[in-house]
Design a protein around this ligand. Structure first.
Ligand SMILES: Cc1ncc(COP(=O)(O)O)c(C=O)c1O
Length: 398
């Protein structure tokens, strides 16, 4: 057994000897609230704080993983992803966006988070910056900070029941150290979607300035009142500096499987493969075979999930909008209601009080950027019963 030779009290010194940017990484306020809520004894908690589907992964996907294991897909494989999955993704993207996506543009990753981290490894030197549209799920922002980069946050504004982006402010924020503009649309937490004309303006600007666009499309299929969300992948040419990130987590109820992909210019195929090798030596093999089945046979599951989330969206929106102190824009996509409560100035403290007093677990607005500390995020990927009960408790408390 190894015996520690550190003198007593060396712990803080050890911590100070790691990179300052890593030592000082922010803790996610969502975790702070959920850890607090789950530590409460005998609390009857309705957890709507995390962003994940409540339904399990469909059985046909589980069966495909099991078959892949039994077929012997248990070893290291191609760093770009196994051919059947890359082919399935390439066809899927082509179907969705009505243009071809050559195989060289598709690289499989272990989740969207991993894809984003790998992208920052490609783009960010210390002191570089990324211009980022917020509110936004905090993990994306921290990937830039891990690489020693800075983020310039441009806030959506909420007016007349809609979230909107000031394009001039976004473009004006780019300077000579800006490497990329990062946009998550459909957006977590607001449900905002960027329109094609706005994407075209950003693409034109990025082309002119030689900037990258990092587009997080993980909610691309969870759209309620139109076919699919506009995507940079739809309008960009293969050789544009556009990197689109996707995930199996949300559309196919696979958050724990950790599988995603990047769509990139063909010239980056080998670079991304090398980064995959040196980060993870390739995504989990049998999970990739299950991913191919999910993509090929999962359309009915997605349609049913979207219909269910749409009903949940309507319930949550109607009930919240009817509460005196609450203001919210109706989300057009993703599965979150992001609402403000009159009188709140510290969303973290409020979310803790709320879970203690009512058992309703929500994510505090402060997690998602500046100017939204009066907001809370509720994930409506939950059963009708759980949502109704949470809304009853909220109504009574507010
Ligand atoms: C905007 C956004 N991007 C990425 C992810 C993470 O996806 P994955 O589970 O594939 O890492 C999430 C999860 O909540 C998200 O909201």
């Amino acid at each position: 057994m190894a015996v520690s030779t550190s003198p007593p009290g060396a712990g803080p010194d050890l911590l100070s000897s790691i990179r300052p940017g890593i030592k000082d990484l922010a803790e996610s306020p969502i975790r702070v609230v959920s850890d607090y809520g789950l530590s409460l004894k005998d609390a009857d908690i309705i957890p709507l704080w995390f962003g994940e589907p409540d339904l399990p992964t469909p059985q046909f996907i589980i069966d495909a993983a099991s078959k892949a294991m039994n077929d012997g897909h248990l070893f290291y494989t191609d760093n770009r992803g196994v051919p059947p999955l890359r082919q399935a993704i390439s066809k899927y993207m082509g179907r969705l966006y009505g243009r071809p996506f050559e195989l060289e543009r598709i690289s499989v990753t272990t989740s969207a988070m991993h894809a984003l981290m790998l992208i920052q490894e490609m783009l960010i030197d210390p002191g570089d910056n990324m211009v980022v549209v917020v509110p936004l799920w905090p993990n994306l922002i921290e990937t830039v900070h891990i690489m020693g980069g800075e983020t310039r946050l441009i806030s959506l504004s909420e007016e007349g029941g809609r979230w909107s982006l000031d394009l001039d402010a976004l473009l004006d924020a780019c300077d000579e150290r800006t490497r990329a503009i990062m946009i998550n649309s459909p957006n977590n937490p607001t449900g905002w979607m960027m329109e094609t004309e706005e994407q075209q303006a950003v693409l034109d600007f990025a082309r002119k300035r030689g900037l990258w666009i990092v587009a997080d499309d993980v909610y691309a299929r969870l759209v309620y009142d139109r076919g699919h969300a506009p995507s940079f992948a739809e309008i960009a040419d293969p050789d544009d500096r556009v990197l689109t990130v996707n995930s199996f987590s949300k559309s196919w109820s696979m958050t724990g499987w950790r599988l995603g992909w990047i769509t990139a210019p063909p010239v980056l195929e080998t670079t991304i493969a090398k980064l995959n090798e040196y980060n993870i030596a390739g995504p989990t093999t049998f999970v990739q075979y299950a991913g191919a089945t999910a993509i090929e046979d999962g359309e009915q599951f997605i349609a049913e999930s979207v219909e269910r989330y749409r009903q949940n969206r309507d319930l949550v929106h109607q009930r919240l909008a009817a509460m005196d102190r609450v203001t919210l824009a109706r989300p057009d996509a993703a599965f979150y209601a992001f609402f403000s409560v009159d009188g709140i100035t510290d969303s973290l403290e409020f979310a803790k009080t709320l879970v203690r007093e009512t058992g309703v677990g929500l994510a505090p607005g402060t997690s998602f950027g500046p100017n939204v500390d009066d907001h809370l995020r509720l994930c409506f990927a939950a059963s009708h019963g759980a949502l109704s009960q949470a809304l009853d408790r909220l109504e009574a408390y507010l």
